[in-house]
Design a protein. Structure first.
Length: 120
């Protein structure tokens, strides 16, 4: 069965998915509001969007702390962690104070990302 399309929207310090607040994983900026104009803010937003996209409800800031302390390497963790840094750098860093993105956009980015990695 096809998955429903999620619509992500950001404006100033508010992030919504399908017009509801997106669950925030505040690992890099735990004491700050949403802020995708900084590298740490982009990483938190990337974690949050991709965890939602991959339906990774177990991923929290506390779980991130355990995973990085336990393994010393994020790549052995959930699928969200394989992509979040590249997604923050290649996608979120291009966004202004207001943006819209969908699950279709994420899938297209994942395909392009894999094609580019194969060329390297």
């Amino acid at each position: 069965m096809p998955r429903d399309i999620a619509f992500y929207r950001g404006h100033d310090t508010q992030v919504l998915v399908n017009e509801h607040p997106l669950r925030r994983i505040a690992f890099f900026q735990p004491d700050q509001p949403w802020n995708w104009s900084t590298s740490d803010g982009r990483l938190d937003l990337s974690l949050s969007i991709l965890a939602h996209h991959f339906n990774d409800r177990r991923l929290t800031a506390e779980r991130m702390q355990q995973l990085t302390a336990q393994t010393g390497e994020e790549m052995t963790a959930p699928v969200t962690l394989i992509y979040f840094r590249a997604f923050a750098k290649e996608v979120i860093s291009t966004w202004g104070s207001t943006w819209d993105y969908t699950t279709n956009d994420i899938v297209c980015w994942l395909i392009a990302h894999h094609k580019q990695r194969r060329k390297e």
